[in-house]
Write a protein that binds this ligand. Structure first.
Ligand code: SF4
Ligand code: SF4
Length: 187
């Protein structure tokens, strides 16, 4: 799969990821596998982290951006602390998510992207995340109406979930910070 991958190699892709992630030693990876050995989410990945790095070196852009791995990565940074080449693999994964999103290639990560967007919207509106609203809007948008319903009922009865958001002071200031951050992204 790695050498005879299905997409045409894009030699400029490695350089683009180096620029986006700031990982100048990306090409030095020699496949020791330490990143993968410490990764807690490999069971749900289609390509292990070290393979993603190798695919980057080979310019396999479509396969990398279309992989489940970049969305399953939990950004725990274990890989980054273990790499003998000082490659911040977690940062690479983050940059790949940004690139995939910018290029509209969220494919297997659609649920993750939706969750992230709704999470940020909730924080922006309420000053902190309102879990009940987040879960309801996520399940409505995904048409998984009764998912986690039993768990939700259990948490309500124990006072772990609320029906209304608990807004802290400074919600307006937070909204202003969000607006500023958006301006920066658009620049
Ligand atoms: S940051 Fe991502 S790729 Fe690295 S160890 Fe954690 S989950 Fe795995
Ligand atoms: S730990 Fe570093 S050198 Fe080893 S396979 Fe992972 S990225 Fe490559």
């Amino acid at each position: 799969m790695l050498l005879g991958g299905k997409d045409k190699p894009d030699p400029a892709f490695l350089e683009a990821v180096v620029r986006a992630s700031g990982q100048k030693t990306l090409a030095h990876c020699y496949q020791c596998g330490k990143c993968t050995a410490g990764c807690p989410t490999t069971f749900a990945m289609d390509y292990k982290p070290n393979r993603i790095i190798r695919m980057l070196q080979l310019g396999r852009k479509e396969e990398v951006l279309g992989s489940r791995t970049i969305w399953v990565c939990a950004a725990c940074f274990t890989c980054s602390t273990r790499c003998p080449c000082n490659i911040d693999v977690a940062q690479v994964m983050d940059s790949l998510r940004v690139i995939a999103r910018r290029e509209g290639k969220t494919g297997l990560g659609r649920g993750v992207v939706l969750f992230n967007d709704l999470f940020l919207l909730s924080v922006r509106r309420n000053g902190r995340v309102f879990e009940t609203g987040l879960a309801l809007s996520f399940n409505l948008r995904r048409k998984t109406f009764f998912r986690d319903a039993e768990l939700g009922r259990f948490m309500f009865t124990r006072g772990k979930l609320r029906f209304t958001p608990d807004r802290p002071k400074g919600v307006r200031e937070l909204a202003r910070l969000f607006a500023k951050a958006e301006e920066k992204v658009e620049e």
